[in-house]
Design a protein around this ligand. Structure first.
Ligand SMILES: Cc1ncc(COP(=O)(O)O)c(C=O)c1O
Length: 427
């Protein structure tokens, strides 16, 4: 078996029993949203921008609505509503822990989002730690490190493992390999189990940016032997401002508290005595309780539906979309590892003769389709895929269009995008 063959199973770490539990796929809010297009007509909105922020799942909205009447302070109040809200917040932590298959002693720290989570970990690295990152990373995983070694985009997955192996071998002192599980530009899955194995062989740890994986595939941190994972609620159908960092306690227990204030301290005299437990240590102030409840409700809803059904429907739609794009003259899909490499429901492309901005604006104003255009906070990677030199942030020629799907995407949305592009490309 090669690294390629093993990517889908490795990316999930799921067992067949975990894969199928079988409730119907839940609905998203806004599925019937109508938007104006040129000429004043209203059309059903085709939201193909899930990788930026996914719509809210109905069970998530219901969980937040159910928690609101008893909403109260957490961790501080003796009143019944405070106790209930505290219990809900801590239950959310348990739910997230089991959603990612964390070890019993892993920390589960609620953050604002993935960027917040990677920055939190960056502030807790032992002195002198070197992070090893690929140029393919989203800026949230590329930039927070005080000291880093950057690796060129690998030509194939085995090359990623080889390059990480070589880089880690050349570093003395503590080291952290940082890698995304599913690219936010191409949707391609990375060989995270093989990379974890290599990291550990060199005494390094691995942080997996799972922002684009968890909305699409089950992740099992224990089975994959990952040290840390980070992801965002708003990409996981829970747009209430919470994200999470899950992983090994020791660095987090010793690191500088992320926020300094009430909740993070055990007692304060002339100096502060900080909590050793990572959760209170890094969650000072009143946390985003509703965000955590929403995130946990999304985890529950996806687990209850079962990944087999979710993945089957997504793969059907993304295959149709990619086949459609390939049939339009002048449309070029971006890919690091080729057409057949496994990926989640994300596809980026360019249209000959049209800037990405122009395409995105026309798709919105004429067809009621929402996509993202730009460099997707992954500037080095997009430039690499496009083969363009750095023209700066305003360089529109170094941009692409991204369509991304998820729960609530329909075949009509996909077909509308393909036909709209056929029309635009012929202008
Ligand atoms: C792979 C990846 N990592 C990190 C992030 C940052 O997520 P957030 O904006 O929620 O911090 C994103 C967002 O697009 C992403 O796609």
């Amino acid at each position: 078996m090669t690294i390629f063959d093993s990517v889908p199973a490795q990316a999930s770490g799921e067992t067949p029993a975990q894969a199928a539990t079988g409730r119907p796929i839940p609905a998203v809010l806004g599925a019937d949203l109508e938007v104006p297009v040129k000429g004043g007509r209203l059309v059903g909105y085709a939201n193909l921008d899930y990788a930026a922020s996914a719509p809210c799942l109905e069970p998530v909205s219901a969980a937040v609505a159910a928690a609101l009447p008893a909403y109260s302070s957490v961790h501080r109040g003796a009143g019944y509503a405070s106790q209930l809200t505290t219990a809900r917040y801590e239950q959310a932590r348990h739910t997230v822990r089991s959603f990612v298959g964390a070890r019993p002693d892993d920390a589960v720290i609620f953050t604002r989002n993935t960027t917040d989570a990677t920055n939190l970990l960056a502030g807790c690295l032992p002195a002198g730690t070197t992070a090893v990152v690929f140029d393919t990373e989203h800026h949230a995983s590329l930039l927070p490190w005080k000291r880093s070694v950057r690796l060129a985009p690998p030509a194939f997955p085995g090359e990623a493992v080889r390059a990480a192996d070589e880089a880690l071998a050349g570093i003395d002192g503590p080291k952290l390999l940082v890698v995304t599980a599913a690219s936010n530009v191409t949707g391609e899955l990375w060989p995270i189990a093989a990379l974890a194995h290599i990291a550990h062989r060199h005494g390094a740890r691995i942080l997996v940016d799972a922002a684009q994986l968890v909305p699409h595939r089950r992740l099992n941190l224990t089975a994959l032997d990952l040290d840390y994972v980070a992801f965002s609620g708003h990409k996981l159908y829970a747009p209430f401002g919470a994200g999470v960092l899950v992983g090994r306690q020791d660095w987090l227990a010793e690191g500088e508290p992320y926020l300094k204030g009430g909740g993070a301290v055990r007692s304060v005299g002339d100096t502060a005595e900080w909590h050793d437990d990572p959760e209170p240590r890094h969650e000072a102030g009143t946390p985003n309780v509703l965000g955590a409840i929403a995130l946990a409700a999304a985890c529950d809803a996806l687990t209850a539906t079962g990944w087999t059904e979710l993945v089957r429907e997504e793969e059907r739609l993304i295959a149709r979309l990619r086949a459609g794009l390939a049939s339009v003259e002048g449309v070029r899909e971006l890919s690091l590892w080729g057409n057949d490499h496994p990926r989640v429901g994300i596809v980026s492309f360019t249209v000959v003769g049209h800037s990405a901005r122009e395409v995105a604006e026309l798709l919105s104003s004429e067809y009621g389709i929402g996509v993202r255009d730009g460099k997707f906070c992954a500037h080095p990677f997009v430039r690499h895929l496009l083969g363009t030199p750095d023209g700066g942030c305003e360089d529109d020629t170094a941009s692409a269009v991204r369509a991304s799907i998820g729960i609530g995407t329909t075949q009509e949305h996909v077909d509308r995008l393909v036909e709209a592009l056929r029309d635009l490309a012929s202008r």
